[in-house]
Design a protein. Structure first.
Length: 310
């Protein structure tokens, strides 16, 4: 069966509509749908300086490519890239090469910050010192650096490569953990607390499935291999991802239904919790946080105390 729009051979069958598209028409569909999300949810304003979080993986390179294409067409905003080197040997060093290569070819400024420079060591070495799951340590460190360095770099917003699969997983994880308040911070443009020290995050790929993002990245030549973090399967998220993938295989459209239902509830969630999140200055680093000491500094203090005991 040919492409819906021409006689060419299809490269993908869209999960939610069952439509088959060839390479040319799929790329057009993908970029148009992302552009519609940007317009409908006002993700980008004129003269914005967008920092694009890149890891060198398919999702981050896809969002960087779409935004770079849009920027070159409209000239209404600027983009720069920001990457965090956690220090995961055999993984992050390889993916960062992809990010550096793309940014060099497209003349995009790339900022790279590492755990070793900012926190004193690599994630690999931290995990040897502390009995903690990788994601429990890495998550707070990444969020801390992305916000702080984006603000210091003058970014008005931070674009990430989160797609429909990622968001559906987070929504379900929050339900399972009775952490509904955190869900109020989700959506295509995040945050319910207005504080200049927080750089708002936007998710242009919010309504794109992981399958669509991977296909786009491959067809555009952004990557020829799909490497996942070696710690991802050991996490709670990994279990939820597997569960949702099984549901999606048996009941196509499950993830889309989760996102659609959530988007209907999001305005109410934000209204309910808009005054529930107190903002403090971390007593150690001074960064904004919801407690007296931010999570990143708590982990750093634990590591320091651990080192004293050795």
């Amino acid at each position: 069966m040919p492409c819906k729009n021409c006689v060419e051979k299809p490269v993908i069958k869209l999960t939610n509509s069952k439509i088959q598209l060839c390479k040319q028409h799929f790329i057009k569909y993908f970029e148009k749908k992302v552009l519609n999300a940007i317009k409908n949810y006002k993700l980008i304003d004129k003269n914005d300086k967008i920092g694009v979080g890149v890891s060198g993986g398919k999702d981050s390179l896809a969002v960087l490519n779409v935004l770079n294409t849009l920027k070159n067409k409209t000239r209404r905003f600027e983009i720069e890239a920001i990457a965090i080197d956690e220090g995961i040997k055999g993984y992050r060093d390889k993916t960062l090469e992809k990010a550096e290569e793309y940014c060099k070819e497209n003349k995009i400024k790339l900022h790279v910050f590492s755990y070793k420079d900012e926190f004193g060591d690599t994630l690999d070495n931290f995990l040897k010192k502390l009995n903690m799951k990788a994601c429990s340590m890495c998550g707070p460190f990444r969020r801390y650096l992305l916000n702080k360095k984006s603000r210091e770099s003058g970014f008005s917003k931070l674009a990430t490569g989160h797609n429909m699969d990622d968001e559906a997983q987070t929504i379900i994880m929050n339900y399972f953990r009775r952490n509904i308040e955190t869900s109020a911070r989700l959506g295509p443009i995040t945050g319910i607390v207005k504080d200049k020290r927080f750089v708002r995050r936007i998710k242009p790929l919010y309504f794109m499935t992981q399958k669509e993002v991977a296909t786009y990245a491959f067809l555009k030549g952004l990557t020829d291999e799909f490497v996942e973090c070696p710690h991802s399967t050991d996490s709670y998220r990994g279990d939820v991802m597997e569960m949702l993938n099984n549901f999606e295989a048996k009941y196509p459209g499950t993830k889309n239904s989760i996102i659609t239902s959530f988007m209907e509830m999001l305005p109410l969630l934000r209204e309910i919790y808009k005054n529930h999140i107190p903002i403090h200055n971390c007593e150690i680093c001074g960064e904004p946080c919801s407690q007296n000491i931010c999570q990143a500094c708590k982990i750093v203090e634990i590591l320091k105390n651990k080192a004293k005991d050795v």
